[in-house]
Design a protein around this ligand. Structure first.
Ligand code: SF4
Length: 364
């Protein structure tokens, strides 16, 4: 791992400066998409009923991310849990009285639930499911970078380890990143942003705040292709283009709506368009179809020039979650997430800061 850190500076069109950390990140191995066992409708219904019973018996609630399997999402809602983006998952888990939180998502989501609810049991169907942003921001490298810039406010995306959160001043999700950075801008000062460079660049462009960006990326959003998206738009001129800001700038530039998963879902529900091209994980279609069953949803292209298409618009780590694994963790108690209390206490501070800030926005 390269420890030496330099910076590259770019003048932005709006005159603000963006600085990209020239850090040699560890190589990230993207797992293949897992095979899911075939089940008849009856077998699936029986399995869901068994899980629902176990959730009730164990005073447990299921919280699922929009990118997980549609059956898990439906089951979460049917059993009194929630389907949400990571900000809402954290809020819901913190407020819910259940003694066991079952988090269907990727590791940092389970850790965040544990950090906010250290006295509760947190289970994950896929505790090994990681995230390329988390993997691309190892604590030793990140600490070294922060230590070299002690005059910067450290703002990290929720897709990070408990250790990285503990080293930061603020944790943000894509749903609240702009508001937090604008809030910090009012106070003045510089921001060190990690780990998603595309989201950081987007926030920097809209706020004009001086930001240093960690060079990580999401393997799903990184693969959307601008030229192929333009071709698809030409074939569907009436379609609204919805883009998550973890996507490359050339893809974001073609968007009618840029926003968090929640914002993109609301756009499908609320906009008058009958066709949408969506640049985010295809797992989101489950909720979009529920809310707008008559609208045509097209995934933005990931194939094309320079395409490796390892994720092909679906996160292989999110896909590790399944009904079978969920049943297993409830039967065995395996998959419990632990975060050392002293680490949780430190990591809770910037997360709680975000949640408190979000609460003030809701009141406005
Ligand atoms: S979709 Fe991207 S950001 Fe979300 S968990 Fe997967 S790799 Fe991480």
């Amino acid at each position: 791992m390269l420890i030496e850190i330099m910076t590259l500076e770019f003048a932005m069109k709006n005159g603000a400066r963006e600085t990209l950390a020239d850090v040699s990140l560890p190589r990230i191995t993207v797992p293949p998409h897992p095979d899911q066992p075939d089940m008849s409708a009856l077998e699936k219904a029986e399995l869901k009923a068994r899980i629902a019973t176990m959730l009730r018996q164990q005073n447990a609630v299921l919280v699922a991310h929009y990118y997980t399997d549609g059956d898990l999402q439906d089951l979460a809602e049917a059993t009194g849990g929630c389907v949400a983006d990571s900000l809402e998952m954290a809020r819901f888990a913190a407020a819910h009285p259940a003694q066991t939180l079952v988090v269907a998502g990727v590791r940092f989501m389970g850790e965040t639930s544990k950090i906010l609810n250290n006295e509760k049991r947190v289970l994950m169907p896929a505790p090994d499911a990681t995230c390329s942003l988390d993997e691309g921001c190892p604590i030793d490298l990140f600490t070294d970078f922060c230590d070299r810039h002690p005059d910067h406010t450290v703002v990290v995306y929720a897709n990070t380890s408990a250790e990285v959160k503990a080293r930061s001043h603020w944790v943000v999700t894509s749903g609240i990143a702009l508001a937090v950075v604008r809030h910090l801008a009012e106070k003045g000062g510089k921001i060190l942003w990690g780990p998603d460079r595309h989201l950081g660049r987007y926030v920097q462009r809209l706020t004009g705040v001086e930001m240093m960006l960690w060079p990580g990326c999401c393997v799903v959003h990184e693969e959307f292709k601008a030229r192929e998206l333009a071709s698809l738009r030409a074939l569907h001129p009436q379609a609204a283009v919805l883009v998550h800001p973890e996507s490359p700038a050339e893809v974001v530039a073609q968007a009618d709506v840029v926003g968090s998963t929640t914002a993109l879902i609301q756009a499908v529900r609320d906009l008058p368009n009958l066709e949408f091209i969506v640049a985010t994980d295809a797992g989101i279609f489950n909720k979009m179809r529920q809310l707008a069953p008559d609208k045509l949803l097209l995934i933005a292209p990931t194939a094309g020039e320079g395409a490796a298409c390892e994720s092909c618009a679906h996160c292989p780590w999110m896909e590790m979650n399944s009904l079978h694994k969920l049943a297993r963790v409830l039967e065995t108690g395996e998959g419990e997430i632990q975060v050392a209390p002293h680490l949780a206490a430190k990591a809770r501070i910037p997360i709680q800061r975000m949640l408190d800030f979000a609460a003030t926005l809701k009141k406005e």
